[in-house]
Design a protein around this ligand. Sequence first.
Ligand code: T1G
Length: 694
Amino acid sequence: MAVDYTTRDGVAVITLNNPPVNGLGHSTRQGIVEGLDRAAQDPSVRAIVLTGAGKAFSGGADITEFNTPKALQEPMLGTVIKAVENSAKPVVAAIHSVAMGGGLELALGAHYRVAAPGAQIALPEVKLGLLPGAGGTQRLPRAIGLEAALNMIVSGATVKSEQLAQSGLFDEMADGDLLEAALACARKVGEQAGPHPKLRERKIEHPNAAGFIQFARNTVASMAKQFPAPHKCIDAVEAGVKQGFEKGLAFERECFLALVQTPESRALRHAFFGERAASKIPDVPSDTPTREIRQVAVIGAGTMGGGIAMNFVNAGLPVTLLETKQDALDRGLATIRKNYENTLKKGKLTQEALDGRMALIRPTLSYDDLNDADLIVEAVFEELGVKEQVFKKLDEVAKPGAILASNTSTLDLNRIAAFTKRPQDVVGMHFFSPANVMKLLEVVRGSETSKDVLATVMKLAKKIRKTAVVSGVCDGFIGNRMVEQYIRQALFMLEEGALPQQVDRAIEKFGFAMGPFRMSDLAGNDIGWAIRKRRYQEHPDLHYSKIADRLCETGRFGQKTGGGWYDYKPGDRTAHPSKLVDEMIVGYSNEVGATRRKIADEEIVERLVFALVNEGAKILEEGIASKPSDIDMVYLTGYGFPLWRGGPMLYADAVGLYNVERSIRRYASQANGDGWQPAKTIAELAAQGRGFNS
Ligand code: T1G
């Protein structure tokens, strides 16, 4: 049973025991009610303590149960909380470590709450596209007041228990042994005649509730553009203020049942589990021993190297930063310092912390200084010959067991590993620029990379707060391989009749932060040009539109040259459609004999997004990625795919693979159709009526 029951000197102790976070799944809910009934029937029991074993009081409802019959199987959480609240014998919640979502709502149903300091208190449902669905929107305002409660509910923010010590949420903060304190409280209140305090009976006092609620609505309007949950949170709290507890509770339930069905909530829950699933590598046991990483080295103090070094320094790890020339090293250090000074200006870093971080960086021009590094990350020029020199040198100087990581984004990691006599210690750590900001880290597994190296890097990724996704070795790994097909379709559509501003507008309306042409102008069109030139050499058979090459041949590399796909005014990043470029595009269509046609936004979005889906399916078929959610995590955290759609593979499931497959077949039959070699998995799953994530 997921709940233990004991009695101690006339106090029943009900302990949630459902590792890892005492999720309130059906068996736990059942166990709590059975415990309450046992306590009620035991005349020797005068009071009840409710607590959690292990590392949480409770992390909330069991999210894996949502949209399954179990979530609606009595006793549902609302029923459990009602049973707690209506217990004739007083219930004391003993809160430690984590009390989140339904876990906090359960504690709010108790008559008394004793908390240990350091506990994480939150109603984070809004981050899952939901709202507190077991009375949180009604009880929390009655516990800590309308403003504090609304702030916590709409932000989903976590607050430390000691910060709420005076809020009215806890009857006592237990500095010593929590259980002893809760038992003492229970024994005391057990002697008192009832009725015992119920939050539901408190009033929500506020001098201008309507005004504050309106202020809250205005505040969420911008952040909630694509997410319905924040508004529903406010609606439910307002219902309780205006119509009282019972009506408020009923309205909250209605809102929850509506939100749990929304695609936005499914997407957010998919991302929640996808983030955690990414750190699990199918053939690497979770208890694989890891190597200790105490000292890191980064080779190359350029844009990438500097950003990479900051990640480790931010996590408190000392970094030896190696460059070949003093001025490059000085420039690199200056850039790192400037980045930290910008953070300080925003009030997110103290001078002391800034100095501490800079002190963790040991600049050097000598490879000999790398001999104590447990991990060495190479971020030098993206050319195989240069990588060869670096890794041969590392093979000489790095200590045995040091992990040698390459930040390469396009080169074959197996060839890089083969430059050393220790390929088992070589791995790819592909950071995304700016490396100290972007959450995504592609961990590239070479054919010889050892399992403990992978386990070590995945664990380290958590420490430096990256979303790490394992990729096999192929051209472009996961993200860049998919973006290649996305851009290919974008260029074909220019040739067939679209213009850059139309393509960008359509996909930005779909939800991408930036369309392909604005993005390319920002990153530099010459980067894609260099990759395409290499591609033309390697795959002469592959058909690309040469329109982007024409643009680059005129030197229009984007913002950095004052013009690319768009025109830019000096010092202004605003992209202005360029008559010159539009004429060049039309001229190119005529040159290749393409009959320009009007392309609907829907086709633009389908061809861009399904190009990602199709390539993602092939990446799965080849085992480059181990699960569809990994591909979604790459695109959500590294490529600006709209979070509320959950990633390309989840979006394809929402559209239905039957429809995706039909569209791909249609595009394969029209101009430039050779760009659509459908992945066989899509047709197979579609035929079975399944999705990638089913
Ligand atoms: N349901 C199911 N599984 C959960 C879970 C949950 N609520 N919380 C965590 N897990 C799993 C997680 O997937 C991972 O699994 C393992 O537990 C450890 O998690 C009615 C509707 C609690 C702060 O949103 O924020 O209550 O990968 O790696 O870093 O109003 O988990 O090991 O297989 O994150 O120590 C509201 C979500 C739910 C809290 C612990 N609650 N969880 O962090 O461990 S909705 C939440 C967290 C709800 C009610 C509503 C964190 C944590 P695996 P972890 P951690």
